[in-house]
Every structure is written in C-alpha cells, then in structure tokens.
Design a protein around this ligand. Structure first.
Ligand code: SF4
Ligand code: FES
Length: 368
C-alpha cells in the first residue's frame, strides 16, 4: 500500500480554555501550559507540515485565543504557505485581535455554538456571559469579512435548538454549518447519561437537516454528523486512520486522531524527537490501522471496508475493548445490539448533572 501525504493538520495549540464543555474532544488528561510547544517550535512544525504536503492547517485547542502568540502563529503558517482555519469559541478574541489576525493572513474561522440561547449556551459551556461575548465576536467576524463556519455540537439537551442554529448561521452570513451530534470520546463518554440523544431526536435531526439542505441550497452548506449510536453503519473516522490527516497535541505529540491516546498499546512519537515526515510515514501508531490489511472479520471481507475503514478505532477500543474490532455501531459487529440497548438506556436516564471538563485550578461543578 502506498502512503500518501496528509492533506490537513490539526494543531492543538493549547488545552487551556475558558469554557468547560462536557463533550470536549480534548483528552481527559489535559496538557499543562508548561509542556506546550513555544512559538518557534510551532513555526518549525508548520514548515515541516507544508514540506510534507499538508495544505490546510486547523488551529485549535482548548481555546487557541488563549495563546498570546496566536497572531504570530497565523503569520508563520501563512509564511509556510498553509491555508489557515481558526477553530474558536470566540472567548479571548477582541475586534482588535481579529483585525490583527486578518492582517496576519488568517483565511477562515470556525465558531463554536453551545446553544442558541444565552441560558443553554452558558450552561453547556460552563461559562457565564459566553454567549453574549460570542455574538459580539460573530458580528466582528462579519464586519471584517472572514469566511465563517458555525460548529454546533448537538445532544439530548439542545437538539431541539437545531432549527434556530440553522437560522443563526444564515443570519450571521456563515457559508457553512457543521451540525455534529456529540461523539462519545473522552469527556463526552463520562456524560453519556446527560447527553445521549433519544432515537426520536436523532431521527428528527436527520429530517430537519435533509429539509434544510434542500431549502438552503446555494446559501448554506450543512455538514452533518448523525448520532452514530443510533445508526447501522459507522462513520469513516478521520477519513481512514493515517490517510488524510493528523493531529499535533500541545506538547508536540503527533496523533492519528484526537482520541488516539485512549488506545493503550499504541506509542506516539513527539516532534521534539523526530521529524514530522518520519512520524507520518514510519511511526508505529500511524501504521497500526492504516489501510485495510489489519482488519479482522467481518470487516476484512466486507464490501464497505474502503467506504468506512471499519469505523472508529477509538470507539472500538472504548466499547469493544479492542481497537481493531469492528466499530460496534456497525450492524455486523457482535456488539451492535448491546450498543443500541445501552444507547436507549442512556437516552432515557434521568437527567444527570453535567461533568465539566476540568483544567488544574478550575471548578468542575455544574454551573448554577
Ligand atoms: Fe464497515 Fe466493517 Fe461494518 Fe463492513 S463490517 S460496514 S467494513 S464496519
Ligand atoms: Fe480515533 Fe475515531 S476518534 S479513530
């Protein structure tokens, strides 16, 4: 099998974040500020990424705006020839900073939406006043003219707000909205009783998205990640392991996906020790589930094996105890019916308190 260069790199500049979303995709063991790569180290990573063939750089976190050198990092990425996309909650961005990012060459912004009302958004984000601030940031983004994508993570508590989220995207002039039903990794796995949508909600969301796609054609592109615990086939996670993208954690650890460190037998290389190209092509973690040769049955002889690459390795690890197993979301998995019963049980559990993601020194109690 020939390994092609990656197209996209997600740089987790920091795990620090003023919000504390209970479905955060960061690992449960968050990287501390002292371990973060500094400006020069990131500059070097961006150059290496461009040399390797990466075209798009997603600057993420935590909240990337907590890095004081964000403008310098955007400039460095642009100097390396990368297309730059900032994934942000908006907290920490001022009009002045946004204009500086524009001058540094930032190409695109993805703004997260925790809810469509201040009450919902501030409860889910665990940050009072966050929604009001985000709306100001959205206005500045529009005035400056950044291309905008809205990122809405939906779950049992806020799925009824999907129609309004779509309207808001249009009102803000966003070109795209990502409607992602919560994926149960890391922090979200701790919150399944609170966040699991019901099957009826999941079906209604699919209906709303289908209708909105037809109605808003030419105005708004809608990317949709359905509730996979209620699906019959898994998603093609990361486009296939080690095939098109990679993540760099704040400390320089290079990962095939954001949750890869939940697979205990894998060893991950760090950019402080090895060049990016060597890690991508020769790293044991990247080669562990690349292509289809590693697949056991039923994936090995399935005609969808190059459609979904057996689903999500991290989900197989979390739910079947084996990262090489067929994703339990798949109807052909021996764990599928158990998963669907568990999904129904989580979805009808009494509302559990949210377990917020924590950082050292930050409270983890539910917001009042
Ligand atoms: Fe995909 Fe494997 Fe299920 Fe086939 S058996 S649909 S390859 S997860
Ligand atoms: Fe790791 Fe899907 S999140 S492979």
């Amino acid at each position: 099998m020939t390994t092609r260069p990656p197209i996209a790199m997600l740089a987790e500049l920091t795990h620090r974040c003023p919000l504390a979303c209970p479905y955060c995709s960061n690992p449960v063991d968050l990287a501390r500020q002292e371990s973060e790569l500094d400006t020069d180290a990131w500059r070097d990573v961006f150059r290496q990424a461009a040399d390797l063939g990466v075209l798009q750089l997603h600057l993420s976190g935590g909240e990337p705006a907590t890095r004081r050198d964000l403008e310098e990092l955007v400039q460095a990425a642009r100097d390396a020839g990368l297309y730059t996309n900032l994934i942000t909650s908006g907290i920490g961005l001022t009009e002045r900073r946004l204009r500086a990012l524009d001058n540094a060459g930032l190409d695109h912004i993805q703004l997260s939406l925790q809810g469509t009302t201040p009450e919902m958004a501030d409860e889910i984000g665990g940050y009072a006043g966050g929604y009001r601030r985000k709306m100001m940031v959205a206005e500045w983004i529009g005035q400056i003219g950044f291309p905008l994508t809205l990122n809405a993570v939906l779950h049992r508590r806020n799925l009824h707000q999907l129609p309004r989220a779509l309207e808001m995207a249009v009102e803000m002039g966003a070109r795209r909205i990502e409607v992602a039903t919560v994926q149960f990794h890391g922090w979200a796995l701790k919150n399944r009783d609170a966040l699991m949508p019901t099957r009826a909600q999941a079906e209604e969301a699919t209906r709303i998205v289908t209708e909105a796609r037809a109605r808003l054609k030419g105005t708004l592109v809608i990317d949709y990640v359905p509730a996979d615990y209620h699906s019959d086939y898994p998603k093609r996670c990361m486009g296939g392991w080690g095939s098109t993208g990679l993540n760099v954690a704040p400390d320089g650890t290079v990962l095939p996906c954001h949750a890869a460190q939940t697979i205990p037998h894998l060893r991950f290389d760090n950019l402080r020790d090895k060049p990016l190209s060597e890690i991508w092509y020769k790293g044991t973690a990247f080669n562990a589930y690349r292509g289809t040769g590693w697949m056991p049955e039923p994936c090995a002889s399935c005609d969808r094996k190059e459609v979904d690459f057996g689903g999500c390795r991290c989900q197989s690890m979390a739910l079947a105890g084996d990262a090489a197993a067929t994703d339990p979301v798949c109807v052909k998995s021996p764990h599928h019916s158990d998963l669907q019963s568990r999904a129904a049980a989580h979805a009808t559990a009494a509302d559990a308190p949210l377990i917020y993601r924590s950082v050292p020194g930050r409270a983890t109690e539910p917001a009042e």
